[in-house]
Design a protein around this ligand. Structure first.
Ligand code: FE2
Length: 247
């Protein structure tokens, strides 16, 4: 299966620019380039809204997708720290996946177990960790786990010290029940990075908004290039690549 991951698209309600960046146009350029791969699934891994969850943003976004992507292409959305999981669930017909502690769900394909988590509140509560652990206990296929916040520290000082997930140890314990090695796909850090941990392989995907400097201890903008990730899993090999676009 072929998946495209877009993250931190930070859309505005009136299609205006966000901090001088035409976020709608960036998304459109990235998506149209990505569609050339004929993906089976598009994952939007959180921070769909510019600053905070807004029904008008989610409505415009879902209409835009409806008008832009082929009917057979599936879409999965995740909530990020700038989103509202309940509003997202209602716009994308995910009401059944909305629980008191977030919007999380899974689906199985013939060779993968797709798991979509919710780190809106920067922390995964016990209910969500139990959900993940239960899936891991009977996992048959490779877990491809999408979560807005990187599940573990990424060695990026400004983001690790100020904006990291609060309970990476709990998440590590939950996935240690998986007999098949998971691959995690995250955003939030506005940068591209891969790191291989005992718990699984982690891939950070750049934003379609702007990128953050991966070295500085203070917030520093790195670039206005934007990008997305292609993930191909054939049951034996996972191919993944990031594609960057000039503003
Ligand atoms: Fe974020």
């Amino acid at each position: 299966m072929k998946i495209l991951q877009f993250t931190d698209i930070h859309l505005t309600a009136d299609k205006s620019k966000a901090y001088e960046v035409d976020v709608w146009n960036n998304l459109d350029r990235a998506l149209k380039l990505g569609l050339e791969w004929h993906p089976d699934l598009l994952v939007f891994s959180g921070d769909i809204a510019f600053k905070e969850g807004d029904p008008a943003i989610y409505r415009k976004f879902s209409r835009y997708l409806h008008d832009t992507i082929p009917e057979e292409t599936r879409v999965a959305v995740l909530s990020g720290n700038h989103d509202d999981p309940a509003l997202l669930a209602s716009e994308f017909g995910l009401e059944k996946a909305l629980r008191p502690d977030g919007l999380y769900y899974d689906s199985e394909t013939d060779n993968a177990h797709l798991i979509f988590l919710d780190s809106t509140r920067k922390k995964l509560e016990k209910e969500q960790l139990d959900f993940l652990e239960e899936i891991c206990k009977d996992i048959r296929h490779k877990p491809l786990i999408f979560i807005h916040h990187p599940p573990f520290f990424a060695g990026i000082p400004y983001m690790d010290e100020n904006h990291a997930i609060e309970n990476p140890g709990d998440l590590a314990r939950a996935v240690s029940a998986c007999s098949v090695r998971p691959a995690f796909f995250s955003g939030h850090y506005h940068t591209e990075k891969s790191y291989l941990t005992i718990e699984g392989d982690v891939f950070l995907t750049p934003s379609t908004f702007y990128q953050i400097d991966p070295v500085s201890r203070r917030f520093k903008l790195a670039s206005y290039q934007f990008g997305f990730r292609l993930i191909e899993w054939d049951g034996k090999t996972l191919f993944t690549s990031v594609h960057m676009i000039n503003p």
